[in-house]
Design a protein around this ligand. Structure first.
Ligand code: PSV
Ligand code: MN
Length: 422
């Protein structure tokens, strides 16, 4: 299944009149505030987010998994699915691979396929949180933190292999997320575990190609419940500093305890020049991996409000990390892509000079109003305009349904295929 330019044109032709009227109205409103809608639309159009290769099929919980049909059964089909998303939205121009879930059998062919679809390879992810068939030593009691040197060495070598695979595909970064930790007091020597992790990450870092970056992802709990070795941004920052200037912290929005002020963490990491990238998702309780912006869109806006100040100076990797248990993954991903761009567009509306003035005057009510004015502006016409300019559908989700994409994928691939991932 491919999306043809004619599909997009026919879809857009039907909606263009209404879109132009809505965009003109917003243009006037923004003009009064000294903002040029076209400039914002351009910035939004340029903003691309990587799709995780592990989130293109139905995810599951420990209580069950409900297949959706037409799931991509291999990497080629996964790339095709990202190609569909990108053709519809022109906002998903990258894929993030998880190894070995998505081990390319022919990297040259994989690269050529991605090139043809206009997709580049974002950070590659290593996996030392599961044992693979035929694996010599187990990660049951940790990988880089393990008490047994041979296990640590095996995990280091896996990361080096992932870098090599990424190099062949044109990736420029590796994300290391460690499930290492303990579930019971006394199980782990905290200091030794952290030291082992530090030394192992330094060893991986030593093999990082010059033009690569390493992202260290933190998480407060799960799968270990008493302690995680890389539990928070401070530990991630410490480890990044120990490695060197190509190592950065990765913020997964779901990896915080309830009510954590994530936007403040973002601002701090930007200030320290150690923010490397994001895993976007949303949550009510923890690492729920829900659609970005579905539960707390205001928080997402506040995060972007911090980001727009430092985005240009810091090269950041934007990725989604979600799990789709109820909705069609492609529809869900389109909703996430939309939510991310909405938050960006709203953040670009904030009158930053006025905000600084209000802060200098300790004018709390004015500062809040400035933020909320931007957040409450309906910027959807800006996103449509960004899509129109880049050749995407004005309403990607509607076109997806009009074309019965899922039905066609089921016809092509069947109902029984299972995508790799969690
Ligand atoms: C862990 O919860 C995580 O957020 C890491 O990024 C993993 O690589 C990914 O999820 C796996 O689904
Ligand atoms: Mn993540």
């Amino acid at each position: 299944m491919t999306i043809q330019t004619s599909h997009i044109e026919a879809h857009n032709d039907k909606r263009i009149g209404e879109h132009r009227a809505q965009y003109a109205f917003l243009e006037q409103q923004l003009d009064k505030k000294g903002l040029r809608a076209d400039d914002i639309a351009e910035r939004v159009a340029a903003f691309q987010v990587a799709v995780p290769s592990w989130a293109l099929g139905a995810g599951g919980t420990r209580f069950g998994r409900f297949p959706i049909g037409g799931e991509p059964g291999n990497l080629t089909q996964k790339l095709d699915d990202v190609g569909l998303l990108h053709a519809l939205t022109r906002s998903a121009g990258a894929i993030s691979l998880h190894i070995p879930w998505d081990m390319p059998t022919d990297p040259t062919a994989t690269r050529e396929q991605a090139d043809a679809l206009g997709i580049r390879f974002d950070a590659v992810n290593s996996n030392t949180f599961q044992d693979q068939p035929g694996q010599r030593l187990s990660y049951k009691f940790g990988s880089l933190c393990n008490v047994t040197p041979a296990v640590r060495q095996q995990a280091i070598e896996h990361n080096l292999e992932v870098i090599e695979i990424g190099r062949q595909l044109g990736s420029k970064a590796i994300t290391v997320w460690l499930a290492d930790g303990s579930s019971f007091p006394g199980q782990l020597d905290f200091r030794r575990a952290l030291l082992h992790t530090q030394e192992a990450l330094q060893e991986i870092y030593r093999h990082l190609p010059d033009d690569w970056r390493m992202f260290i992802e933190y998480k407060p709990y799960e799968p270990n419940f008493y302690s995680m070795v890389v539990q928070d941004w401070g530990t991630s920052h410490f480890l990044a500093q120990c490695c060197g200037e190509k190592a950065f912290c990765l913020v997964d929005l779901g990896h915080h305890l309830p009510n954590t002020n994530i936007e403040q963490i973002v601002a701090t990491l930007l200030m320290l020049r150690r923010l490397g990238g994001f895993h976007f998702n949303d949550s009510k309780y923890g690492d729920d991996d829900l659609t970005t912006g579905s539960i707390r869109p205001y928080q997402l806006f506040l995060i972007f409000n911090e980001l727009v100040d430092g985005m240009e100076a810091n090269e950041l990797a934007w990725m989604i990390d979600a799990s789709h248990n109820l909705k069609d993954p492609l529809e869900d991903l389109m909703q996430s892509l939309e939510a991310i761009r909405l938050a960006l567009a709203q953040a670009l509306l904030v009158d930053r000079d006025a905000l600084r003035e209000a802060q200098a005057d300790n004018d709390v009510a004015r500062a809040q109003t400035l933020l909320q004015d931007a957040f409450r502006t309906d910027v959807r016409p800006l996103l449509r305009e960004a899509r129109r300019r880049s050749g995407a559908a004005l309403e990607p989700l509607e076109l997806y349904r009009e074309l019965n994409v899922r039905g066609r994928l089921i016809a092509e691939r069947g109902t029984k295929t299972v995508a790799t991932g969690l």
